[in-house]
Design a protein around this ligand. Sequence first.
Ligand code: GDP
Length: 446
Amino acid sequence: MFDTLSDRLAATFKNLRSRGRLSEADIDATAREIRIALLEADVALPVVRAFIKQVKTRALGAEVSQALNPAQQVIKIVNEELVGILGGETRRLRYAKQPPTVIMLAGLQGAGKTTLAGKLGRWLRNQGHAPLLVACDLQRPNAVNQLSVVAERAGVAVYAPQPGNGVGDPVQVAKDSIEYARTKQFDVVVVDTAGRLGIDAELMQQAADIRDAVSPDEILFVVDAMIGQDAVTTAQAFLDGVGFDGVVLTKLDGDARGGAALSVAQVTGRQVMFASNGEKLDDFDAFHPDRMASRILGMGDVLSLIEKAEATFSQAEAQKMADKLARGPKEFTLDDFLSQMEQVRKMGSISKLLGMLPGMGHIKEQINSLDDRDVDRVAAIIKSMTPAEREDPKIINGSRRARIARGSGVEVSAVNNLVERFFEARKMMSRMAQGGGVPGMPGIPG
Ligand code: GDP
C-alpha cells in the first residue's frame, strides 16, 4: 500500500540529500515534487494544497535544528505533517463507563463492514473483552448468515434474527441486542448495519434510527481504500447523514495509491482508528498515524536516527559551539574538545544507524575507532591541566607536560599526542566554520 507515494517521495529526498544547504529555489522544487507525488497518490486537492503550504512555510522558516542537515530537516517536516494529516495522535476506542460499550459500524455495501465486525470481535476478545456481534443488516439476503460465519471463525458471540424469518426491523434488533448483552454480560456490542451500493436517503435514515435507538459510544465509518476520491465524498455524506467518531480503512492491501484514505481523516476531522489489509481475520490492526507516516516515507530507520541525533546533540550545546566558532578558532578550547569527544561517545550506540545515511560513512568509522578508554584517558589528561592551559594549550611547556603526564598516569607522549590532536581539530573547526560544514557535527577528534 502507498507504494507509489513512497517511491516518489524517496526519489525526491534522494535528490535533496546531495545538497549541503537548501536555497529557496531548492525548497520550491522539492515542494513541487511532493505535490505531484501526493496528487498521483490520489490525495484530495485541498489536502495537498494545505500540506504543501505548511511544509514550505516550515522549511523556509526559522526552524533550525543543529543536529540535522537541511535535507534531513525537510524529511522531518514532511514526516510530521504526514502524521498530522493522518490524524496526529493514535486515538483509542472509548469504552462506556456502564457496559455494554456500543460500537456501530456504518458504510457502503461492500466496504467490508461485516468482515470488519469479525476482525474487531477477535481483536476485542484478545484484549480481554466479551464482544457480541449484532446483525442489523437485514437487507442483504445473506448478510445475517455471513456475520454468523465470521463470528464463529472469530470465536465470538453473535446476536442475529434466525435467517429465513423474513425481513425484520433492524432498529428493534439493535435495541433488543443491547438488552441481551446486559443480561448475558457481554461488555462490548458491535452493531453491523446495512449498506447500499451508493449513498441514499433511506440508508442514512435507517442508520440514524439505529443510532438513536442504541446511542453508540463509537460510530465507526468503514471505507474501502480502493474507491479513490469517492472515499472523501462518501465520508462527507455519512458525516452529514449519520455522523461518526472514527474511520476504519479497509482493503489497504489492494491499493497502491491510498491517497484518498489519507484525505478522509483530514477532510472529516475524524481519526482513522483501525486499518484492514486482507481478508483474513488477523489482517487488521489499530491505526498509528506516526507508524503509517514512516512507512509511507519508507524511512522508519532514518527517522529513529534523526530522533536519536536530536536527543544526543542538545540544541543549546550545539548553538554554543557554533557561536564560539563564529568568533574564531582560538575560542575552541581543550574543554570543548573533551565535551565533543563525550558527545561522540554518546553516539556510539547509533553508529550503526549513522552508516545508513549517505555521506556519513566516514563519521561512522571515526566513531567506531573511538573507544571508551580513549575518551577516559583524554579526560584524565585534560583534567590535570590548569584552566589557563585548557584555554590555551600553547602555554604548556616541557616540564608542565611531564607533570601533567604524571598527574594523569600516562606517558608524556600521550600528552604530546593529545595537544597535537587538539591543534589539528582546531584547524579543522576553523575550516568548517568558514565552509559551512555539517551543523551539529563538529570535527571529530581521533
Ligand atoms: P460489507 O458489505 O460492508 O459488510 O462488506 P463485506 O464485509 O461483505 O466485504 C466485502 C468484500 O470485501 C468481501 O469479499 C470481503 O472478503 C472483502 N474484504 C473485506 N475487508 C477486506 C480487506 O481488508 N482486504 C481485502 N482484500 N478484502 C477485504
